[in-house]
Write a protein that binds this ligand. Structure first.
Ligand code: OAD
Length: 223
C-alpha cells in the first residue's frame, strides 16, 4: 500500500498539486529545501507550524480507517506513505512507513538526533536544540535522500511478494513511487490505483478504482 496526500484530503488536509494544493500557490523551493531553511528558517518553520496545527485539529477519515481495519484482518501488511501527517496511525494502522518523514518529529541540524515534538503551536519559532543549534522538521526536502530505514522497510515489503499493491491518492510525481509499484508487480502483485482522476501512474495500473479514498477503500474493505 502506497499512500499520498489524497488520502488525507477528506480530513481537510490540503494536497500539493490538486486544486487548492500547497504547490498551487506556494513555491516549494522557498519552503521545502535545505537551502530555503538555511536562508530563512523562521518562514519555513511558520509553514510547518501551520501544517502541524492543521493536522492536530484534523481527524482520520473513512479511508484511513478502512486501511486500519484491513490491517487488523491481515489483508494490508504495510503502508508506505508519502504523508508527513499521523492520520494513518491515529486511525489504528501500525505498519506505517513514513518515506518523507514526520511533521511531529524535529531533528537537530548539528547533532542529527531526532525527537518527537507535538507542541502546537511551536514556541519559540524557529525551535532551538539544547546544544544551541536550530531544530528542523524531520521531513525529506527536495534534493534530500529518503531515510535508509524507510527504504529498507519498503524493499522488504516488496520482497514479501504482496498479491495486490494499492497506490492511493498520489500523483506519483517521484519516480521511486512508480518504481516500487512496478517492482511489486514484477513479483506478482496486481497494481490497483485509487484516485478520483487519472494520474501519471494510471498507465501502469492494472486497475483504476476511480473515486475518493474515503469512499472506495471502505467499499474494498466491505468486499
Ligand atoms: P499530490 O498533491 O501531488 O497528489 C494528490 C493526489 O491525490 C492527486 O492525484 C489527487 O487526484 C488525489 N486526490 C485528491 N483527493 C483525493 C481523495 N479524496 N481520495 C483519493 N485521492 C485524492 O500529492 P502527493 O502525490 O502525495 O513531498 O505528493 C507527493 C509529494 O510531493 C509530497 O509528499 C510532498 C510533495 O512535494 C515533499 O514535500 C518532499
Amino acid at each position: 500500500m502506497i499512500s499520498g496526500a489524497g488520502i488525507s484530503a477528506e480530513s481537510g488536509i490540503p494536497t500539493f498539486r490538486s486544486p487548492g494544493g500547497w504547490w498551487r500557490n506556494l513555491d516549494p523551493m522557498k519552503l521545502a529545501t535545505p537551502e530555503a531553511f538555511h536562508k530563512d528558517p523562521e518562514t519555513v518553520w511558520e509553514w510547518y507550524d501551520h501544517r502541524r496545527q492543521l493536522v492536530a485539529d484534523a481527524e482520520p477519515n473513512d479511508g484511513h480507517r478502512a486501511l486500519a481495519a484491513l490491517e487488523k484482518r491481515g489483508v494490508v501488511v504495510g503502508i508506505a506513505t508519502q504523508n508527513v501527517d499521523d492520520l494513518h496511525e491515529r486511525a489504528g494502522s501500525g505498519a506505517v512507513t513514513h518515506v518523507h518523514g514526520s511533521l511531529f518529529e524535529v531533528r537537530c541540524v548539528s547533532e542529527g538526533d531526532v525527537r518527537v515534538n507535538r507542541d502546537v503551536p511551536l514556541e519559540p519559532l524557529p525551535p532551538v536544540c539544547a546544544c544551541g543549534s536550530l531544530l528542523r522538521p524531520n521531513v525529506v526536502w527536495f534534493g534530500e535522500m529518503l531515510p535508509e530505514d524507510a527504504l529498507a522497510r519498503v524493499a522488504a515489503a516488496i520482497e514479501g511478494r504482496p498479491t495486490v499493491a494499492f497506490v492511493v491518492g498520489t500523483e506519483a510525481s517521484f519516480g521511486y513511487i512508480t518504481q516500487w509499484a512496478l517492482a511489486a508487480r514484477e513479483r506478482g502483485a496486481l497494481l490497483v490505483e485509487v484516485n478520483p482522476r487519472e494520474t501519471s501512474f494510471t498507465p501502469y495500473a492494472d486497475v483504476l478504482l476511480q473515486g475518493k479514498a474515503g469512499e472506495v477503500l471502505p467499499a474494498v474493505c466491505e468486499a
